[in-house]
Ligand binder design. Structure first.
Ligand code: GDP
Length: 613
């Protein structure tokens, strides 16, 4: 393994900064990493770039070579031993960015496609970076796709841009400005990295091409500059172990292993380690410390290089017993001689138990499941902002028992009888069980999509509820008789809608003093069976919708049939016969949003008129 620490000018021992890449799919994250990995052909031996577990290590020599072209613009200094790039781009980056307990990512690269601007996962990444207060730079990738771009391979962006035609420079300027505006809309001040007036207030933008390598020197230079100058404290090598689990993986011949990024300290074969587990803390001993074989040596895939010890910063695979339930994204602690193992177990479990604060105290809410602690944390933050309550949280694949938790919502609050899953596998049996029980499982790789699908589903449920309760939902209306068309069997009245909305199925009444008590009493005339305006059939007519009269035919009530001229006549106002129950139906979320404000005011008036409490 290459040396992983270096001594800087002040005699301090520094470790490599750890960098992760995130951004929307297809912006070029993988390609950019590949390009940085490529050895510079003219330079010959750029050597030392090593593929590690979940990460690539770029020793400072290779970075020196790649950033040479920056000499004409910047003073170059190389103090850190190299750069460790986590190379699981995409949503896995959620693992790496945690609010607490993780020093995994010192600096992030947010990749944006210059031709596409800000996309959904870009927004999600920005949100995450901001929530986690993670320092980052923007790689504005695919500049070679600007029309007529002339390539100078592996050149600095500044030189390449200066040599472009003015039309290309103009297109660049135009697209860059648009993206700057879009970033500002997200609350981010940004500037081209070499014009950045204040690195702590403005995000630096580096235009790059992962295809031609242009801008890659600028990007590497900036990463070094930012980490060396602004993070030298964080990069001081510490002997205390700081390590994070990236992934839990079954490997043939090794059983369940964990892929770990060691950001500080030394791990030894045989070390006793403590991890956060799905069902409680895990204490075990390191059986093997493994890294992939050097690229030059062609060995069979499953063979790893064993190490007695490894020093930060690097990515390493650990084989040990009892790792099956280990939680990705959690810390790994090493037990030293005088350490209290129980205390450490509590401490490490905090990574998971701390998230339980997000669970709604009323016990109502959705079931949430994610792949790693980091992604779970990100999802919970998002749901909190969206005011979606959470009933239960989980990590890893979805099994039947997880679905069972959601079924408790079927009676309590059907709209929450769902599972929101982020980047996890759903077991076949669990899927089948969910279908049988009527539990919706949403599984997406973009948090926004989960939210969109969930809100669409809720709207669908409400629509179904509206359909089912249509009969008992009575909209308020006040009608004035223009002319009686047919006195009975059926009663047909020409009316004007003076307030609210008359609708099929609405019971219509008049209000008369009771002949004995003198108390105002509602008399049901019938329910609306049809409505016609100018001989055209309507399902509803709202006040102001027509100047013409509305011919309203009523189905008679089941009991006594009132007679026009005796029980009711032209002088009587006609109203929807609303009731306590019908008001409650309209108040239900299924209808509430469909009732305009003026209708609520009218309901209030009718309540008084009809003497409803
Ligand atoms: P990821 O999903 O962000 O990892 O994106 P990839 O690295 O897989 O790239 C997506 C596509 O964009 C691939 O077809 C790449 O070849 C292409 N691509 C990536 N970077 C560039 C670039 O700088 N210029 C051009 N022209 N194409 C690029």
């Amino acid at each position: 393994l290459p040396a992983t620490t270096s001594i800087n000018k002040e005699g301090k021992e520094l470790r490599s900064p750890i960098c992760c890449i995130l951004g929307h799919v297809d912006t070029g994250k993988t390609k950019l990493l590949d390009k940085i990995r490529q050895t510079n052909v003219q330079g010959g031996e750029a050597g030392g770039i090593t593929q590690q577990i979940g990460a690539t290590y770029f020793p400072i020599e290779s970075i020196e070579q790649k950033t040479k072209v920056m000499e004409q613009y910047e003073k170059l200094s190389y103090e850190v031993p190299g750069l460790l790039m986590i190379d699981t781009p995409g949503h896995e980056s959620f693992t790496n960015l945690r609010t607490r307990g993780s020093s995994l990512c010192n600096i992030a690269i947010l990749v944006i496609d210059i031709m596409h601007g800000l996309e959904q996962q870009t927004l999600e990444s920005i949100r995450l970076l901001r929530d986690r207060k993670a320092p980052f730079v923007v790689a504005l990738n695919k500049i070679d796709r600007l029309y007529d771009w002339e390539t100078i391979p592996n050149n600095s962006f500044r030189d390449s841009l200066a040599k472009q035609k003015s039309s290309v420079q103009a297109e660049f300027e135009n697209r860059f400005t648009q993206i700057k505006v879009a970033l500002a809309e997200q609350g981010l001040n940004s500037e081209l990295y070499f014009k950045n007036p204040n690195m702590s207030k403005y995000v630096s933008i580096v235009p790059t091409s992962a295809v031609t390598g242009e801008g890659v020197p600028d990007l590497l230079w900036l990463l070094l500059e930012l980490t060396q100058k602004r993070m030298s404290k964080q990069l001081k090598y510490l002997t205390d172990v700081e390590a994070t689990i990236l992934e839990v993986k079954v490997v043939e011949g090794l059983g369940t292993t964990i892929d770990v990024i060691l950001s500080n300290g030394i791990l030894h074969e045989g070390d006793r380690i403590i991890l956060c587990g799905m069902n409680g803390p895990i204490a075990t001993n390191i059986r093997a410390l493994l890294t992939p074989p050097p690229a030059r040596e062609l060995r069979i895939k499953s063979e790893y290089v064993h190490h007695k010890e490894v020093k930060a910063a690097l990515g390493v695979k650990i084989a040990a017993n009892d790792l099956e339930k280990a939680v990705a994204g959690s810390r790994l602690l090493v037990v030293k001689e005088d350490d209290d193992e129980d205390e450490m177990m509590d401490d490490v479990m905090e990574d998971l138990t701390g998230l339980l604060d997000s669970v709604d105290a009323t016990g109502k809410g959705v079931v949430v499941q994610a792949s790693t602690l980091g992604s779970l944390e990100a999802l919970l933050d998002f749901l909190k902002d969206m005011k979606i309550p959470v009933m239960s949280i989980g990590l890893g694949p979805v099994y039947k028992r997880d679905v069972m938790k959601a079924t408790t919502m079927l009676d309590k609050a059907k709209e929450y009888a769902v599972m929101l899953c982020f980047d996890v596998k759903v077991d076949k049996e669990a899927e089948q069980y969910a279908t049988e029980q009527g539990i919706k499982i949403f599984n997406a790789e973009v948090i926004y999509h989960l939210f969109d699908e969930f809100t669409a589903y809720q709207e669908k449920l409400l629509e179904e509820k509206r359909k089912a309760n249509e009969g008992s939902a009575i909209f308020p209306c006040v009608l004035k008789t223009l002319q009686i068309i047919n006195k009975r069997n059926p009663m047909i009245i020409g009316v004007d809608v003076t307030d609210g909305m008359v609708k099929h199925g609405t019971p219509i009444c008049c209000v008369k003093p009771d002949p004995v008590t003198g108390k105002k009493t509602a008399m049901l005339l019938g329910t609306v069976a049809s409505l016609e305006v100018n001989h055209e059939s309507k399902s509803s007519v709202r006040k102001g919708q027509t100047n013409a009269g509305v011919a309203m035919r009523l189905d008679p009530p089941s009991g006594q049939q009132p007679t026009w001229g005796r029980h009711v006549d032209e002088k009587d106002g006609l109203y929807s016969l609303i009731s306590r129950k019908s008001i409650d139906v309209l108040k239900d979320p299924a209808f509430r949003s469909t009732v305009p404000r003026e209708d609520w005011l009218l309901i209030k008036k009718l309540k008084t008129l009809l003497d409803i409490d």
